[in-house]
Design a protein around this ligand. Structure first.
Ligand SMILES: Nc1nc2c(ncn2[C@@H]2O[C@H](COP(=O)(O)OP(=O)(O)OP(=O)(O)O)[C@@H](O)[C@H]2O)c(=O)[nH]1
Ligand SMILES: [Mg+2]
Ligand SMILES: [Mg+2]
Length: 272
């Protein structure tokens, strides 16, 4: 078919292919969730319904989009890591990012009621997205460590801040003043001596965030299949076992080596 005279406009499209061999990370973050959390009466400092919904939406992303090997989330953000050899959507950054963002956003709305039964969704939430490439396993692990360290720092601050208000009767300004210049050890000490709270006993979900990975379902599922054997006229029924995988949440440390040693299949070799 002859090309139309308008065809040339394609040349304005820019190439956004992600560099080969790199892990492709898509990070989403809730748009203006400070306001969204207020309007929807999120519990302070952490709302388990909101965290559950974020995780459910991230699970949906992993189930629908190929090649995401691990995802990590906390607060209003989630990072999705595509395997470094992925050729999904020809590694086009815009395609990968928009698919992740739209699948996540629609899931967030779709599953809202399962988590926020009595609380209506008042307006459509949005999520921004960015793509970052990491060329080595060390860089990728450091990226995930950075996000988990951020989770820890924020959660320790928020836990101390809201404890001072909710249990200590301080105003927000007084609580801010009390925490100004304090180090992690000071905050631990405030929680422990003033409120009898051992921060290390706070739920792992809140201290460590949520890591999603693919895991084999045990026992392997047995399915019956009709097959035609070579050189045979009729079909025969045989039983085959299929190893199914599903996305499983973990709330553990991913900064140290243990997690990676226990799940050696997540990372690909650096010399691929
Ligand atoms: N009460 C409550 N608030 C939450 C919870 N999770 C996230 N938030 C709110 O969401 C905000 C997320 O921070 P940011 O992503 O830095 O800020 P933002 O308001 O979303 O703004 P942009 O991301 O720049 O659009 C926090 O500051 C909280 O106000 C929660 O479990 N409970
Ligand atoms: Mg945000
Ligand atoms: Mg955020």
């Amino acid at each position: 078919m002859a090309k139309s005279k308008f065809e040339y406009v394609r040349q304005f499209e820019t190439d956004d292919t992600c560099l080969r061999n790199c892990y492709i990370v898509v990070r989403l973050d809730g748009r203006n969730f400070h306001k969204f959390s207020e309007k929807h009466n999120f519990a302070k400092p952490n709302d388990n319904r909101a965290l559950g919904l974020m995780t459910r939406s991230a699970q949906s992303v992993m189930e629908e989009l190929e090649d995401v090997v691990i995802a990590y989330g906390q607060s209003d953000e989630f990072s999705f890591v595509f395997k470094r050899t992925s050729t999904w959507f020809k590694r086009r950054a815009s395609k990968l990012m928009t698919h992740v963002a739209s699948q996540f956003s629609s899931s967030y709305v779709f599953y809202w009621k399962e988590y926020f039964a009595e609380q209506p969704l008042l307006y459509p939430p949005g999520f921004d997205g960015r793509v970052v490439l990491y060329p080595s396993n060390r860089n990728l692990r450091d990226y995930l460590s950075w996000r988990q360290a951020d989770c820890h720092v924020n959660n320790l601050y928020n836990t101390s801040f809201w404890t001072l208000i909710q249990k200590g009767g301080l105003t927000t300004i007084q609580a801010e003043e009390r925490l100004k210049g304090t180090l992690a050890a000071d905050k631990n000490e405030i929680l422990f001596s003033d409120f009898d709270i051992n921060y290390n006993n706070e739920p792992m979900l809140l201290r460590k965030g949520t890591t999603l990975i693919w895991e084999k379902v045990r026992p392997n599922e047995a399915v019956t299949k009709m097959v035609k054997l070579p050189n045979a006229e009729e079909q025969k029924e045989i039983t085959v076992t299929r190893s199914r995988k599903r996305v499983c949440p973990h709330h553990c440390d991913i900064i140290g080596d243990q997690f990676w040693e226990e799940h050696p299949d997540i990372l690909e070799r650096d010399d691929c």
